[in-house]
Ligand binder design. Structure first.
Ligand SMILES: Nc1ncnc2c1ncn2[C@@H]1O[C@H](COP(=O)(O)OP(=O)(O)O)[C@@H](O)[C@H]1O
Ligand SMILES: [Mg+2]
Length: 347
């Protein structure tokens, strides 16, 4: 079997997809550590965002996962195997890596770029072509682009090609380093939305680096906030991070409007609904609405009650301003218990 990526893929099981233990990285000649005593587990299928100011060790951490850098101390396991026991070239073929502007080879066509890893793996030509066509569709690009060169594509298109290339050999893990930083905000939001839907369909484990906290909150199942010196400041699901930043640094980094931003991540059904009665309130809210939109609707209609209905119009209960206020207060008991990740939001 020429497909070396299987050795990592086959070991996908109950172990965390990525486990980082006591990892420190000190570059040669540097006085300060780039990454300092980092402990972090990333579950299978999770989308974790590394966020923090420039120079706090996000890229270095990512590059230690696929062994583009080796830690000075500590260990990293991928699907239960110590990465130092895996051949670096093989490891990198089994972990997709996407960097700014896709990091495409400028002198290769889009098709050749996307087929890069399958070619390295020695796939037959016809199978590569088939896979390339499947991938271009997966990232929602026109197949007419396959014969073009990266410089003739927009930033957003290049980024999509970069994702297609990273997914070519169907790696279980995708590492993305500030992939959207050169793309304008509207396209960026679209790319995030697409990445989210790709992740839901393909069940990849994704580690996504950004310095933009709003991007992190929009995208992450969990967020690792890094601080200067390569330390992990906090590692939480977005709603928890917004409700309970555990240091001044994280609170400052999150910025204003934490409560409203958190309400925008929770759907109306997160709140304790009152049973519907014969006199249901006239204002109706769809179950997929966020608590923030619900609050907005209540305020706009000068009412403290609304009927919550599901897609086919059946009544689920009544939402009250008090119930929203209770969740807004950050009272942990008022939030639903979730096993691991935040409830998926309506996008
Ligand atoms: N190849 C390198 N050699 C020496 N120092 C480096 C190298 N790469 C990064 N650094 C330093 O390590 C620290 C962390 O960098 P990096 O991981 O790139 O941070 P981030 O991605 O969070 O901006 C910075 O102080 C940076 O200057
Ligand atoms: Mg970086």
């Amino acid at each position: 079997m020429t497909d070396n990526s299987l050795s990592v893929r086959e070991s996908v099981g109950t172990a965390p997809a990525i486990s980082i233990r006591g990892v420190t990285k000190r570059y040669a000649g540097a006085t300060n550590a780039a990454v300092d005593s980092l402990d972090l587990d990333i579950a299978q299928g999770e989308l974790v965002v590394f966020v923090g100011p420039s120079g706090c060790g996000k890229t270095t951490t990512l590059r230690m996962i696929n062994r583009l850098e080796d830690p000075t101390a500590g260990s990293i396991h991928v699907n239960g195997t110590d990465v130092t026991e895996i051949d670096p070239a093989e490891l990198r073929r089994s972990i997709g890596y996407v960097i700014q502007q896709g990091g495409l080879f400028p002198h290769q066509s889009v098709a050749t770029n996307i087929g890069c890893v399958p070619r390295l793996l020695g796939w037959p030509k016809a199978r590569i072509r088939e896979r390339v066509e499947e991938l271009i569709e997966l990232v929602r690009l026109d197949p007419d682009l396959l014969d073009r060169y990266p410089s003739s594509l927009s930033g957003g298109q290049q980024q999509r090609v970069g994702v297609a290339r990273a997914l070519a050999a169907d790696p279980p893990i995708l590492l993305m380093d500030e992939p959207y930083s050169a793309v304008d905000p509207v396209v960026r939001a679209e790319l995030r939305h697409e990445l989210r839907s790709l992740q839901e369909r393909l069940a990849k484990t994704i580690v996504f680096v950004t310095h933009d906290i709003d991007e992190a909150i929009d995208l992450g199942d969990r967020i690792a906030v890094f601080k200067t010196g390569g330390h992990l400041a906090q590692y939480s699901v977005p709603t928890e991070l917004l409700a309970r930043p555990d240091s001044q640094m994280v609170e400052d980094f999150l910025g204003a409007d934490r409560t409203l931003r958190r309400l925008s991540l929770l759907t109306v059904t997160t709140a304790q609904l009152e049973p519907a009665t014969a006199t249901t309130p006239p204002l109706t809210i769809e179950a997929s609405f966020s608590l923030r939109s619900t609050l907005d609707a209540l305020l706009a209609n000068a009412t403290d009650l609304a009927t919550v209905v599901d897609l086919d119009g059946s009544v689920l209960g009544v939402i009250t301003l008090d119930a929203i206020a209770q969740i807004a207060s950050g009272d942990p008991d008022s939030e639903p218990v979730r096993p691991w990740a935040a409830p998926r939001r309506k996008r």
